[in-house]
Design a protein around this ligand. Structure first.
Ligand SMILES: [Zn+2]
Length: 275
C-alpha cells in the first residue's frame, strides 16, 4: 500500500511540531464516496458495498474522533491496480474495488455465495484495509507523532479497533486476516525490494496482529498459541505489547476522542450484521 506521502507529512510533524493544536476541538465532517466503476466485476462489488453501506459503517468508527479538517472515505476504480492508500493532499482514504477483488481471490469463502445467510468475511478484510489507512489519516490530521515505522503504527491502530469487537467476531476477523497474510506470504520468499519496503513482511505483520489479539484476550485467542500460529516465546510478551499499544493510543488520541476511550459500542455498531 502506498503511504510515502503520509510518512513524509508525519515525519515532518514529528520532527517539527508538537503533538496537537491548542484551542477547542474542531469537528469537521467525514464524507463517503462510492466511485462508479466501469469494469463488470468491480461494478458488482460497487453495488454490494453500497447496499451494505460499508463506508457509512466505517465512518461511524472514524467519527469517534473529532477532526480539525474534513476526511473522505472512498471506494475507487483503479484501472486494475489492487491498492489502498491515504492521500494527505486531499485528505482521502481510498480503497480500490480491485483490492476487494484480490482479497476475494486470496481468501476463498470471502466472496458472496448465492442464497442463504452467510458471514460476510470480506467485510472484515475491507475494514482492516480502511482502518489501516484511516490510521495514517488520523496521524496526519491530528498531528499525532509517530515513533517507529508508520506502517506498523497504522497496523496497530487497525488491530486495536478490530479487537474491540465481541470475541467471536474478533476471532472471525483475525482468522480471515490470517488467511489473507498467509496467502500474501506464499507468493514467494522475500526479495531485497520486499525487505526494504516500508511495510513489514506479511508474516511479520500477521504475527504482530496475533500478538495484540492474544494480549487483548488470552482466553479468546489462546488457540493461536495452542495451534502454533503464535510462538510461545513471543506470546509471553503479548499482554505487555497490547497494554503498551492501547496506552499509547489513548494517550495520543485522548483529546480528540468523542468519548473517554475508544468507543467499543461505536465499533460494534459499525460491524453489526456484517460478520
Ligand atoms: Zn500504510
Amino acid at each position: 500500500m502506498r503511504c510515502a506521502a503520509a510518512i513524509m507529512v508525519s515525519l515532518a510533524l514529528a520532527l517539527g511540531a508538537g503533538p496537537g493544536r491548542a484551542g477547542p476541538a474542531p469537528d469537521a465532517p467525514i464524507r463517503v464516496v462510492y466511485d462508479r466503476p466501469a469494469h463488470p466485476e468491480s461494478l458488482a462489488i460497487y453495488h454490494r458495498v453500497r447496499k451494505h453501506r460499508v463506508l457509512e459503517r466505517l465512518r461511524e468508527i472514524a467519527a469517534g474522533m473529532r477532526l480539525p479538517r474534513s476526511l473522505t472515505l472512498r471506494f475507487s476504480a483503479c484501472r486494475g491496480e489492487a491498492d489502498a492508500w491515504y492521500e494527505p493532499a486531499n485528505r482521502t482514504v481510498a480503497v480500490c474495488y480491485e483490492y476487494v477483488r484480490e482479497v476475494e481471490d486470496r481468501v476463498p469463502g470471502a466472496a458472496p455465495r448465492a442464497g442463504g445467510r452467510r458471514r460476510d468475511a470480506v467485510f472484515g478484510l475491507i475494514a482492516q484495509a480502511f482502518l489501516h489507512e484511516t490510521g495514517h489519516a488520523l496521524f496526519d490530521l491530528l498531528d499525532v507523532p509517530v515513533l517507529g515505522r508508520e506502517e506498523d503504527a497504522a497496523d496497530q491502530f487497525a488491530a486495536l479497533v478490530l479487537l474491540e469487537l465481541p470475541p467471536a467476531q474478533a476471532r472471525a476477523v483475525v482468522d480471515d486476516i490470517t488467511r489473507l497474510f498467509r496467502s500474501l506470504a506464499a507468493d514467494g520468499p522475500p526479495q531485497a525490494a520486499l525487505l526494504a519496503d516500508d511495510h513489514g513482511l506479511p508474516l511479520q505483520r500477521l504475527t504482530n496482529l496475533l500478538c495484540l489479539a492474544y494480549g487483548a484476550d488470552r482466553r479468546a485467542f489462546g488457540y493461536l498459541v495452542a495451534g502454533g500460529a503464535l510462538p510461545r516465546p513471543r506470546a509471553d510478551l503479548c499482554e505487555a505489547e497490547y497494554g503498551l499499544a492501547l496506552s499509547a493510543l489513548h494517550t495520543l488520541f485522548r483529546r480528540h476522542l468523542r468519548g473517554e476511550r475508544l468507543e467499543r459500542a461505536r465499533v460494534r455498531r459499525a460491524f453489526r450484521g456484517m460478520l
